[in-house]
Design a binder for this molecule. Sequence first.
Ligand SMILES: C[S@@+](CC[C@H](N)C(=O)[O-])C[C@H]1O[C@@H](n2cnc3c(N)ncnc32)[C@H](O)[C@@H]1O
Length: 227
Amino acid sequence: MILAEPGAVAAARTSQSLPGRLPGGGLAAGAGTGRLWSGMERQKWLAERRAALAAAYDAEAATYDDERHPWDMQRAWVARVLGLIPPGGTVLDAPCGTGKYFAMLAGAGHRVAGADQSAGMLARARARGIAFSLQRTPLQDLPYAARFDAVLTIEAMQHIPPEDWPGVLADLGRAVRPGGLVYLTVQVLGQHHIQRAFESLRARGLPAGAGRARRGRHARLPLFPGS
Ligand SMILES: C[S@@+](CC[C@H](N)C(=O)[O-])C[C@H]1O[C@@H](n2cnc3c(N)ncnc32)[C@H](O)[C@@H]1O
């Protein structure tokens, strides 16, 4: 899905709000604020959303591990990833949440570090007594360079706004040693969710449309319904 450039959004100002939560619990752009902005206003809004998300996870931390799905499926994948990390490696789980995978990582003989922006989730992770380092930090400010044999980023990228993806991906890559591994999951929405989102946006008069990324001077053009 491609939303209009900030300029086009400003031209299409609306008093309507966008959906607040993505399926699976993530916060969607525009959530709950009733307006779309550009520039510094958007930065301020994103900072507010990030703080609200951290607070939501703080509140959820005590019961977070009760949810089995998609943990069971992820465990199978993490087991496969473990087979690719050299024995005695050092692994960063970021964001680690409650540290669900710490025991698996340590059980395979690796040293474990975790990072997350939610103090509540980190407190649960700390209670496991497994990680040698736990850092409270947003993914957008990861401070590591060539420190780890592998980084796991599981069930988190849905929380990262599109403009932060390049920086976050670069920092995750920077955190591993040369030849290190980054394991990252992304959520794939069913077509009906995407369709519903478009219908909702168009009903509000917003210039949202599906399209393919293009190269050259068209690359940053907003795509409108029907184009
Ligand atoms: C769905 S949980 C996944 C946690 C863990 N990776 C797992 O699979 O159990 C999402 C986690 O991402 C954290 N998070 C969300 N946005 C973040 C951000 N920008 N920087 C750091 N952590 C973030 C939340 O605090 C939460 O712990």
